[in-house]
Write a protein that binds this ligand. Structure first.
Ligand code: PLP
Ligand code: SF4
Length: 457
């Protein structure tokens, strides 16, 4: 029997209301204040009361997951922000400093802003991305926040109210026409933020149209969510929990496959009675659950954590899916794990689980040309190399064509790698450049067009 809990968010203004934080020194609390001007901060009562081990802070992985730490900001940037707060700046000046520091944190990695924008009847469609042929990402306008914020989140700019950096659907719902007309799509991935932050009625508005005639090509609907880790009560005792599960059942009964793409970083998130019950209820609805997570220093950079996490997932009927490399944005320097180490962690864990857990792929980098996975470290003709592979490519013919990069112990991302064997570029680079030029020209033309049509109106 799960007792009802009411969601309570905690932001930076509430940190003195969290009794457990009395363990923290005033320096640590001050650091949180400073950094919260740059990176978003939100935690909640489930994390504080049921997941964090307060006898193990600041090292507890779940504490690191949502609580800001001084080292998340490079020292010179931290000092700059700290000085700015103690100086006599008018708000516009302070905002300018904040904006400058944020710009240094690479707020939109992997060309997210322009590279994946789709068009329908010659005009930009808001709120979707169509990068890989079969899959369209949908960013519901009402789903662009989360039950708590991961300190490593690569979508952090959208939580700090910078409208330029947001993509979200608009009232026109033209994205539905786009999906209907693109018969090469086989599935959509509803993402955010976290779509499960929406009420059941809102979520229905996104899911039910996909069950209508014209969408037969969409055989799978995925929902990307961290709610099982951050607010499992969503599926049990929230006022509309039953409506959510009925909606899931309805999607399944209509003949679609419904996949909950659950974001779990640590086995602790799978250990409470409430998450177990939430998983049971979701699976009972006929939906499947797949699990994915980035590999993050201070949170899960140890193969034993992954072994236990994947085993636990399999025993609960969850399918391990992806291990991601942490993207090069925000507090990346704090969280990044070098590629060689990520591969060792993945390999060690992978060799210690049964085939049922080896559905997982990784470590994978979601980079501009595609999802690149590290398949091995080996030596060819005396040269030590990384063996790389696309598991998704901007051009699908790039997939499963092994390519090689010089071994490195410092590289943390694809763009740090150099081609092996004396080559001066990777096989996909010319085509990628050509695609990028074509895209940016299109976007420019489109912008000019919109600008002129506004002038005419
Ligand atoms: C990962 C990803 C997908 C889904 O890829 P799958 O391999 O089918 O899970 C779709 N679009 C983008 C932009 C992605 O990064
Ligand atoms: S749940 Fe996902 S979108 Fe939300 S803060 Fe975490 S990583 Fe970012």
């Amino acid at each position: 029997m799960i007792l009802k809990k009411k969601l309570k968010f905690y932001g930076i203004k509430d940190i003195n209301q969290i009794p457990q934080l009395e363990h923290l020194s005033s320096d640590q609390k001050y650091a949180m204040q400073v950094i919260s001007h740059i990176l978003p901060f939100r935690t909640n009562n489930y994390l504080i009361e049921e997941l964090i081990d307060w006898d193990n802070i600041p090292n507890d992985p779940i504490f690191q997951l949502t609580f800001l730490q001084k080292e998340m900001l490079e020292e010179s940037l931290f000092e700059r922000m700290s000085r700015a707060l103690n100086g006599n700046h008018a708000p516009p000046e302070l905002n300018q400093i904040i904006a400058e520091i944020r710009t240094e944190l690479n707020p939109h990695p992997a060309g997210q802003l322009t590279a994946n924008v789709p068009y329908y009847e010659g005009e930009v469609v808001n709120g979707i991305q169509h990068k890989y042929k079969e899959t369209c990402l949908i960013f519901p306008a009402q789903g662009q926040t989360c039950h708590a914020y991961c300190t490593f989140c690569f979508r952090w700019p959208q939580f700090i109210g910078n409208a330029d950096l947001k993509f979200a659907t608009d009232e026109s719902n033209r994205f539905q026409e786009y999906i209907k007309s693109h018969k090469e799509l086989t599935n959509v991935l509803i993402t955010g933020g976290d779509p499960m932050i929406m009420t059941a009625s809102r979520l229905e508005k996104y899911l039910l149209p996909l069950l209508q005639p014209g969408f037969e090509h969409i055989h799978t609907i995925r929902i990307g969510t961290k709610s099982l880790a951050y607010w499992p009560y969503r599926f049990i005792t929230d006022p509309d929990s039953d409506q959510i599960l009925k909606l899931f059942e309805k999607v399944v009964k209509a003949g679609k496959s419904l996949a909950i793409m659950a974001h779990f970083n640590h086995w602790v998130e799978l250990s409470t009675p409430v998450v177990k019950e939430a998983i049971r209820r979701i699976r009972n609805s006929g939906a499947t659950i797949r699990a994915q997570s980035p590999l993050v220093k201070h949170i899960n950079d140890d193969s034993s954590i992954w072994i236990r996490m994947w085993k636990t997932q399999v025993s609960m009927g969850i399918i391990p899916y992806y291990m991601f490399m942490e993207r090069d944005t925000g507090a990346h320097a704090y969280f990044a794990v070098p590629i060689f180490k990520a591969f060792e962690i993945f390999r060690t864990a992978y060799t210690k689980v049964s085939g049922l857990a080896r559905t997982v792929r990784g470590p994978s980098m979601s980079a501009t040309p595609g999802k690149v996975v590290v398949d091995g470290i080996t030596e060819v003709n005396g040269e030590k190399v990384f063996v790389l592979n696309f598991i998704q490519g901007r051009n699908s013919s790039w997939v499963k064509r092994p390519f090689f990069a010089k071994y490195s112990e410092t590289a943390t991302w694809l763009n740090h790698l150099e081609p092996a064997f004396g080559l001066n570029k990777f096989f996909y680079e010319d085509e990628m450049k050509f695609m990028a030029q074509r895209k940016s020209r299109d976007v420019k033309i489109e912008n000019d067009f919109n600008y002129h049509s506004k002038l005419r109106r």
